[in-house]
Ligand binder design. Sequence first.
Ligand code: VGL
Ligand code: ZN
Length: 200
Amino acid sequence: MADNRLLIIVDVQNDFCPGGALAVPDGDAVVPIINRLARGFTNVVLTQDWHPPGHISFASSHPGKKPFDVVTLGYGRQVLWADHCVQGTAGAAFHAGLDVPHAQAIVRKGYRAGVDSYSGFLEADRTTPTGLAGYVRERGLTQAFIVGLATDFCVAWTALDARRSGMDVAVIEEACRGLDSVGSLAKAWTDLGQAGVTRL
Ligand code: VGL
Ligand code: ZN
């Protein structure tokens, strides 16, 4: 019998953990929880935030701007961040304690210089696909369980897009941590609930 369940582990990378460039408070606490959860899944994919130097989401790319400022780009509203998850750096690497050797795919996102991507499915211009929707479809995966960092950005956007792609979606709250930079955590849970995402 086919196992249609997929665990999506979002952005458990050094820069999102304490000491990292864009640290999520208590972010590394999810590592042992995710390791334990992952043992219960045959199908596991990881997302990896993966920006080139000078990426458009970096405040340093916008003279006079600082992290958490908001700018309007061609595709809409963009929160600016400290430089983080630069391709090939230690900050972009997965947390060393993450132990999911049976993960089947790694989906990198945010690698185009001029487009951000919180979602593991669709970039911030809302038109450029990462390929994950096609992967999920070809593999016949219908039920997504989502964990990782940060709850209010990449986890929430990935969950909403998984839902839009037609999957049944649950976010496992104890295996996520949020940034809550701009009152974004409460809003994320509201949006997820309205989209029919289960909060586990
Ligand atoms: C993320 C901000 C910028 C995330 C990624 O993984 O939630 N947040 N890039
Ligand atoms: Zn990023």
